[in-house]
Design a protein around this ligand. Structure first.
Ligand code: SF4
Length: 443
């Protein structure tokens, strides 16, 4: 491991130190190590089961989504890349014609596709293409059988989970209107695993909130209605633009922490229950058994984490709710909680729950952050795939943040699984250390 750098020599000249719910924030803009928004396709295509994601991009883009989704082999895949960067383009008309040809071939062959997303990327040829006009043109051609939408997953404009935000934002104008006279509806916003979504729908129904929908829906033909009588709960912290688009349709956000861990889940459910005027005793009776079961499972799992120090590199925007859970429910110390973007309003309930003085950082200047990390000597680091191997080689246990986005971790029944996702790297490192200090032992 590199020699730790004393704190006073760490160059933070460009850092703007502000305050946020009693915590200091280092804001950095520099070299960053994070996936682009195309990554969101990997979980979005599983959620909206009749949608297809056509990346308009390069071989690099094709390689990224193929390798990120490499574990899944479908007879009829629901994403692909139209590669347009390595041809001799005579002009934009050629590129548009080529795109139309690809889409025509795809939709002729695949009548099961009801919604097609054209996903923009970085190459200059793609940037020159007007994908929103292409989407309009193709929608006219294929209406009403297929709706064609577009958004950008380009690494220049989006990081990792912002791809989902861009996708859902593009979808909001297609949502039907909820009539002004209709009873209030609750909208859960953000992709959740079906199993988690079902648990939440059951709990809301049991406490007396009947009119609940999820966005994105499982099928593009069941888009939820939205209007002034929509109250929405964000299930993910990275949906700033989606929230803004829903608000522009008259919907109101219910402020809440995110449903990670027992406390987060309880407060998230309670925020909706309060908005619906549910009696506190009825709420308590509804959640008690699931909450207590989850609580006991967390207690059994957390011993490996208590007293350990964790450092978050910015990646998924899940960092603040995860840090809150690990510190308050698992007894971990927070060395630094980095996030690509801190949405003050959407995170205000979370930030208020962090231990006073928690070091937050927003954005990234990779080398400086690595210096701070080495200085802190954490037991575990949460980071992107690119940083994991070098940090492991330096003796630090790592957790890939992408795994936390792919795994069902929200809700009471998943809280212990969430603990387990963090205990595994520590156990593996302990095992490796035992093996290297006692090579004769067959552990
Ligand atoms: Fe494609 Fe740009 Fe993402 Fe690279 S960063 S995979 S070029 S969209």
């Amino acid at each position: 491991m590199n020699k730790p750098i004393p704190l006073h020599t760490i160059p933070i000249a460009s850092a703007d130190v502000g305050t946020c719910a009693e915590s200091s924030v280092i804001r950095e803009r520099g070299q960053r190590e994070v996936f682009c928004g195309l990554t969101g396709i990997i979980w979005l295509h599983r959620k909206i089961q009749d949608a297809f994601f056509l990346v308009v991009g390069s071989r690099t883009c094709a390689h990224l989504i193929q390798s990120a989704a490499g574990v899944m082999i479908f007879a009829e895949p629901r994403f692909a890349t139209a590669i347009i960067d390595d041809r001799d383009l005579a002009g934009l008309a050629d590129a548009n014609e080529e795109l139309d040809r690809v889409v025509n071939r795809l939709l002729e062959r695949r009548p099961d596709i009801k919604m097609l997303f054209l996903v923009g990327s970085c190459p200059s040829e793609v940037i020159k293409l007007d994908l929103s006009r292409a989407a309009e043109r193709l929608t006219r051609q294929f209406a009403p059988r297929v709706a064609v939408l577009n958004y950008s997953g380009s690494g220049i404009e989006t990081t990792f989970t912002q791809g989902e935000d861009a996708c859902l934002t593009a979808l909001v104008p297609s949502l039907p209107s909820l009539p002004a006279a209709a009873p209030a509806e609750l909208l859960i916003v953000g992709t959740l695993a079906d199993i988690v979504e079902d648990q939440f729908l059951r709990l809301f129904k049991a406490m007396g909130i009947d009119r609940v929908a999820a966005f994105p829906p499982r099928r593009s033909t069941t888009l939820p209605a939205v209007g002034p009588n929509t109250r929405f709960l964000l299930a993910q912290p990275f949906l700033g633009e989606t929230a803004r688009a829903l608000e522009s349709r008259g919907a109101t956000r219910i402020a809440a922490p995110f449903p990670l861990g027992i406390e987060g889940t309880t407060r998230w459910l309670k925020a909706a229950a309060d908005a619906w005027g549910i009696d506190p005793d009825d709420f308590e009776k509804t959640i008690a058994s699931a909450r207590d079961r989850g609580q006991q499972a967390v207690e059994r799992q957390k011993s490996h984490l208590v007293g350990k120090t964790i450092f978050f590199f910015p990646d998924s925007q899940l960092e603040v709710p995860l840090a809150r859970f690990l510190s308050r429910e698992c007894g971990m110390h927070l060395a630094e909680v980095g996030s690509p973007y801190l949405h003050k309003q959407h995170l205000s309930e979370e930030l208020a729950l962090l231990p006073e003085g928690t070091q937050l950082s927003e954005g990234q200047d990779l080398e400086r952050q690595l210096d701070r990390c080495r200085h802190a000597q954490p037991d575990m680091v949460v980071c992107g795939l690119g940083l994991a191997n070098p940090l492991e080689a330096e003796g630090i246990a790592t957790k890939w943040s992408i795994e936390l986005v792919f795994s069902p971790i929200q809700g009471f029944d998943q809280a212990a699984d969430l603990v387990e996702l963090f205990t595994r790297p520590l156990r593996r490192r302990t095992l490796l250390q035992t093996q290297s200090s006692h090579p004769e032992a067959n552990v």
